[in-house]
Design a protein around this ligand. Sequence first.
Ligand code: ZN
Length: 219
Amino acid sequence: MTRGTTSSSTRTKIRTERSRSRSCPSTFPRRRLTGEGQRCRRGQRTTQNPVHNAAIQDWMCEPHILARTGQSVYDHQARTVASYLNLMWRDDELPWMPVLQGWTCEDYVRHVDMYAAMGIDLTVEPLVGLGSVCRRQNTKEAVRIVEALHGLGIRLHGFGVKATGLRQVHHLLYTSDSMAWSYSARRSAPLPGCTHKTCSNCLRYALIWRTRLLNSLPE
Ligand SMILES: [Zn+2]
């Protein structure tokens, strides 16, 4: 959520079925991802495509997730890059949002390099999702990660960032999303004038919530 931005970005998880996914072929059109081509696509996303962003399938790196897959942070990072490449190979006109994953700050910086090694310059992407941070958004490490990535010139999108997290890093995020407003609306009476049962999917309620939240943040 950015001050002055009228549209809030919605986290649209496009999950491809693992069984159907294909690895990226050697003929992957990397030229479309780099340099002018990548910058051109960035412009097209914001002016012509009605879908603002579609987050790729990322592989979370929280320890309890790694325990379930039996894989390393590096493995999950590599699979996340592969997910982006796979989706771009299927349709590079769609506004796929790459996602950074990791656990330590150094992990995230390495993940930026892993994308770069595949020809993907994250500093020219309109938005880059930040994964595996929402459950620890008040920790010093999370703040350090956001500061480091922002310092690299990456336009970060925070997934599920709460008000307490926003108070610390809102100036370093380009956008963020949250379902907190809908969760609250589900447990409240609808706004005066609303005819639906609850305001859990109500734009009016969401915008009121957004304005109140932005006004509560420090300058
Ligand atoms: Zn409503």
